[in-house]
Design a protein around this ligand. Sequence first.
Ligand SMILES: [Mn+2]
Length: 357
Amino acid sequence: MSMEMTFRWYGAKYDTVTLQQIRQIRYVTGIITTLYSKMPGELWTQDEIHAMKKEVEDAGLHLAGIESVNVSDAIKTAGPDRDKDIDTYIKTLENLGKEDIHLVCYNFMPVFDWTRSELARKRPDGSTVLAYSQKTIDAINPETMFQSISGDMNGTVMPGWEPERMAHVKDLFAMYKDIDNEKLFENLTYFLKAIMPVCNQYDIKMAIHPDDPAWSVFGLPRIIINKENILKLMKAVDDPHNGVTFCSGSYGTNLENDLPDMIRSLKGRIHFAHVRNLKFNSPSDFEEAAHLSEDGTFDMYEIMKALHDIGFNGPIRPDHGRMIWDEVAMPGYGLYDRALGSAYLCGLWEAIDKEER
Ligand SMILES: [Mn+2]
């Protein structure tokens, strides 16, 4: 069995890209989606999941997994509602299992999901990309971070940056006041141990997304950032259902992370892959590049080769793309450059596959 090329889709109400367009990419057979309007801690009913799946299948595509079922701040901070929220999460997993869905991506980042200083940095060819400059981030007040970038969201709601949550950002920071890396790790293993039984019952593979960027931002703890920490998590809950979303663009933010080596060390535990390239201008300033190796800093062939070598057979997606050809879409999630990326990654995969046969 080979990997399955997939595309992230936010649902008809939120996405500028349609399932009909994605189907015509041809390289892509699977959809990674979510119930985008659900807040962390909210139950997903089986009816809602069924309707989401039917919509994807009616378009001739396969629902390959969920990105994401978000984890509440009460679970991340061991707050008073932790066990109640874990119970709800378990019921959601049960409902996903009953609908024959077996992959769930999630993250354990405090307050902010991924962080970027710019959503539309212009590159020499006129395309725009998400970018990160530590200098710019250091000058931003985290409480107004949302306002400072929301003007570039092209009218979309970006994952992890829901206006409802961002309205309480001050309270969110207060919740994490006493949470350091060790406590966050403990809360993560507590959560995973609690959900492993239902994951085993329905064969649901949990795939944790790394922190992006892979270091502490605004003094908040960050744990899923490197080989040492992710292997520690794999060992702490040593069940194949406790697995990984290998995101080259997130682990790759730290140039000390050797991406092909990390992939090989996680053999059997990578359930989902996000593959994209970054171009570094300095170790603390990077921008998202085209997928092509020579447009950025990573050797994309070596990344795909490592995935092939470990027998990776899960869903893979091109992850963020540049904004090209005057497309107006959610930053990183336009149609055109992700379609090019999926074709490129499939080309690499076919070549590696035939070489090794
Ligand atoms: Mn990713």
